[in-house]
Design a protein around this ligand. Sequence first.
Ligand SMILES: *Cc1c(COP(=O)(O)O)cnc(C)c1O
Length: 395
Amino acid sequence: MGRIYMDNNATTPVRPEVAEAMMEMLKGCYGNPSTLYCIGQEAHVALGHARDIIAGIIGATPDEVVFTSGGTESDNLAIFGVARAMKKKGNHIITTKIEHHAVLNTCKALEREGWSVTYLPVDDQGILDPASVERAITDTTVLISVMHANNEIGTIQPIAEIGKIAKARKIIFHTDAVQSFAKLPTNVDELGVDLMSTSSHKIYGPKGVGFLYVRKGTKILPMLFGGHQERSLRPGTENVPGIVGFGRAAELMHAEAEEEEARLRKMRDRLWEGIHATVPHIRLHGHPEKRLAGTINVGFEFVEGESLILRLDEYGICVASGSACTSDVLEPSHVLSAIGIPPEGAHGALRISLGRENTEDDVDRLLDALPKVVEDLRSFSPLYKEYMREKKAAG
Ligand SMILES: *Cc1c(COP(=O)(O)O)cnc(C)c1O
């Protein structure tokens, strides 16, 4: 039986059309896009085409799209770049407790340089209250950074409402839209954002490429210095095959977004109902509806997420523990902590993220394997045995 990949929030397989577009560039279009002769101009045109596609999807102008090496660099450029440009105006940044580490650790680095950062809490379903953003604003606030969709629990934040607040107070607003770009509507005017980070490998494009949307007039300084590429905001010879692949991936994902969203939601809900019906002592982490269509983060009492992953791997099924980014660290996920899940609960968390290659058959196979694996693991758990004894004694 084939392998079932259900960890699409960590990364996605490159789709064939994308690989093909990239291969064409790799084989036949090696010119430097900054050069004037024809092979350079071919690369220049291909870059421009990708930029136009992306700008169209987010409702921006092409020169507001700055290609980077991915989500992490885009987040760093947005936050450090604004901090450097605005340090005479103030030294306060507002963000949330559930951001990706690319945002959190960038903010922590700024704190070590004397910046003050407010990490806003979210409710027990993982949603940020826009009023709390308003209350956190001070005279020294220069940047608000709130992610669009969370990579661990999938919750979707009220970005447009926060955007209105930021605009009224004339504060630069950044969103990490790595999990939502080309899947959910990410029109930058509707969201009211000045900066938006994205990444190609979360939408079936290649790894190592992304972009930062930078609204015209936004005060931001570069992190890297060199040539004039990307309006000098991100110098260095462009990753032409990567950017072309990203453009193609974005175009394809965007075209099928609504249909795919409905298909994933249906599979996700059937999967959740199936788990719920066959496995006792579980809970859904995150918001029941305001959530990415393919994401289920579920806590299993009396089991370790890591053991679950390894046992499911034996069935050829790839899923993640509470968070892919913390899976080699023993600390419980910061996102699950932020929604009030105690450490023992967070350790029993599993993240299933469906993608375009998953089928109803895959859902059936997971639904077949999961109850067996959980029951087997629980049979080794002293806590579970004790619980069952007490339950029996209580009648
Ligand atoms: C994956 C991810 C990132 C990091 O993107 P890379 O391209 O892997 O650097 C940032 N933010 C979120 C929400 C992500 O899911």
